[in-house]
Design a binder for this molecule. Structure first.
Ligand code: ATP
Ligand code: MG
Length: 596
């Protein structure tokens, strides 16, 4: 904790949505948050109604909902009124195919306008949407279609041909494949979405929707094992809306860009539902990460609020070192940008400070999971930032730290858990169930779901420390924590220390079994372009880490690796580093970046 807090002394550009943390938290109730939404005209709550129709029926009809930038840089804008018509047509298409409440609709699409139409049209029809990441290979696609009981798949001719056609008979429940763009005629067993849409009416009355109706099925990222299917309901929109106000500081006039793909929960909750529920303009980039492209989009689109991930920030840091020169960001007008947030992995203090120096805005880390459905812990626009901390619980979120047993699991004695009272002591992060976007189950795995609860708490599987003022600090995942010579070591702390060395761009840290110490800390290090891996540098890095961390925590071994295994959403897969190191089987690699 040697980084100085970043103090918010100057008045923010707009009055923050959460100005006084303690006051807002003590006054907050979820029923008030629900009252900020409109609900269906006949009662009930439907995500797509909140995200689209209620704006289209209000003064916002002609406001731009989506600004979609294609790979070739052409821009398509869709107003709220147009989005209402398109999603109504899509819902009508489903209805004409006899797809109704609870039936599963999957998307396998890049970030094109039709993806957004399909997602929201499915929700209007009270069917369940499951997004697939478009770069998945045929195996993970088939696995998820089967596990998720897919009845409809929306995709392109090219993706269908490459990833689904040959496996179609293995997914017998898949009744309809709707093809976006040209090519359906040449593909037996598919239909052209455009043709079907042109026959559907552009009005659709959303059927009565219970807040408890299933809305979304999300597979987790597969960082620690086989991905799990988390079930979410329409009521989750209450949490999407409230948390986007508090943790992302969304205001009605914002131009908002979330870089996560809707194939992952961040790209759905905060790339589609939450910002549209606020009626803001959402920037959608179909292209892949590219430092120049991203700075250009931030500048040209006049993005005001930007939600991204540590892996993306680390790539930008590589393109624009903190020491300067800042030619790349300075060649774009980033003056509209007022708030930057990050999620998905621990945000190294170095990256928080990099944001302040290079973008002129410190990065606000926040924490949540596929299971929690919305942001649970965050650094807020109006509050000081403690670099390296993920912040404090959102209003309406009751968090605690639970004592662990000797095996690194939560200690449960006669059904009771013990809360860790001592500031700075480590334990498992747990949340009191009751917030609206809490997952309602793991698909087809009741046992696993039940095992995630104890003594009235939801156990997150992440280890944290809470300081005396209530800030939470990520230590590691319960599965990744290293026990070495009697110490419990969180890989994040070691990775963060090594990342401060100018030669280093990415790090993954694991425990390698050792007969004396139990485990020794081993770091896999990627180097900045042009830096030569050699024994001198290894010695230098070992010494650097030892000075920062002390001998008990510093890595004993370093290995250079320019291709750390990562999930497609950019998280270092320590379980694969460990499996490779120990010559063990790799386990599920369906979300491994670069796999077919
Ligand atoms: P799986 O559950 O399949 O192993 P996953 O946990 O990576 O995959 P997600 O639900 O996408 O799947 O990710 C949530 C996890 O990501 C959290 O439990 C936590 O470990 C990590 N995470 C998210 N945000 C942060 C953050 N701000 N700081 C540290 N870790 C974070
Ligand atoms: Mg997880």
């Amino acid at each position: 904790m040697h980084w100085e807090a970043i103090r918010k002394e100057t008045a923010p550009a707009v009055p923050p949505r959460l100005a006084d943390y303690d006051r807002v938290r003590s006054a907050f109730t979820w029923s008030q948050a629900r009252a900020e939404l409109s609900g269906l005209p006949g009662g009930g709550l439907n995500m797509a109604h909140e995200a689209v129709d209620r704006h289209a029926f209000s003064g916002n009809a002609n406001k731009v909902a989506l600004r979609c930038i294609a790979r070739d840089d052409s821009v398509t804008t869709v107003t709220y009124a147009e989005l209402m018509r398109r999603t109504s047509r899509f819902a009508g298409v489903l209805r004409s195919l006899c797809i109704g409440r609870g039936d599963r609709v999957f998307t396998l699409l890049g970030r094109c306008p039709e993806l957004y139409t399909s997602v929201l049209g499915t929700l209007k029809n009270t069917s369940v949407l499951c997004p697939l990441f478009p770069a998945f290979g045929p195996d993970p696609v088939e696995q998820r279609l089967r596990l998720g009981d897919a009845q409809v798949l929306v995709t392109t001719a090219d993706l269908y041909r490459r990833k689904v056609a040959e496996r179609r008979t293995s997914v017998p429940g898949l009744k309809h494949v709707l093809i976006v763009g040209p090519g359906a005629e040449g593909l037996p067993g598919t239909s052209s979405l455009e043709d079907l849409m042109s026959e559907a009416p552009d009005t659709f009355t959303v059927p009565p929707t219970s807040p408890e109706d299933m809305a979304l099925l999300h597979f987790t990222s597969g960082t620690t094992g086989t991905p799990k299917g988390a079930v979410h309901v329409h009521e989750a929109v209450v949490a999407h809306h409230a948390t986007a106000a508090y943790a992302l500081d969304l205001h009605p006039d914002d131009v908002y860009w979330c870089t996560a793909d809707p194939g992952w929960v961040t790209g759905m909750s905060y790339g589609i539902i939450a910002p549209l529920a606020h009626g803001v303009t959402v920037v959608v980039d179909e292209g892949d990460y590219d430092a120049r492209r991203w700075y250009r989009i931030l500048g040209e689109q006049r993005v005001t609020v930007w939600y991204t991930a540590p892996t993306a920030l680390r790539m930008l840091m590589r393109a624009t070192p903190r020491q300067g020169p800042y030619d790349l960001p300075r060649s774009h007008d980033l003056s509209a940008l007022r708030f930057v947030a990050s999620v998905g992995e621990p945000l190294n203090p170095e990256a928080v400070v990099w944001g302040r120096d290079v973008l002129g805005l410190a990065v606000h880390d926040n924490w949540w999971q596929t299971e929690t459905g919305s942001i649970m812990i965050a650094n807020f626009a109006a509050c000081d930032i403690r670099p390296g901390s993920m912040g404090r619980p959102l209003p309406g979120v009751d968090a605690t730290v639970l004592k662990q047993d000797g095996e690194g699991r939560v200690q449960i004695t006669d059904g009771r858990v013990t809360e860790v009272e001592r500031p700075g002591a480590e334990g498992e992060l747990a949340l009191r169930p009751g917030w609206p976007s809490m997952f309602r189950g793991y698909l087809h795995d009741k046992k696993r779901y039940e095992a995630a609860f104890a003594d009235g708490w939801y156990l997150t599987g992440d280890l944290v420390r809470r300081d005396a003022d209530g800030w939470y600090w990520f230590v590691g995942r319960a599965d990744d924590v290293i026990k070495s010579a009697g110490h419990l070591i969180g890989p994040f702390e070691v990775e963060s220390a090594l990342l401060e060395h100018p030669a280093v761009t990415e790090v993954g840290v694991i425990g390698r079994p050792d007969p004396v110490a139990g485990n020794v800390v081993k770091a896999f290090v990627s180097l900045r372009e042009g830096v030569e891996p050699n024994p001198d540098l290894k010695r230098e890095l070992l010494g650097f880490a030892r000075r920062k961390l002390g001998p008990a925590v510093a890595p004993r071994e370093i290995s250079f690796d320019q291709n750390l295994p990562k999930t497609r959403s950019g998280k270092v897969m320590r379980r694969l580093l460990r499996a490779r190191e120990l010559g063990l089987p790799s386990g599920d690699v369906s979300t491994l970046e670069g796999s077919a």
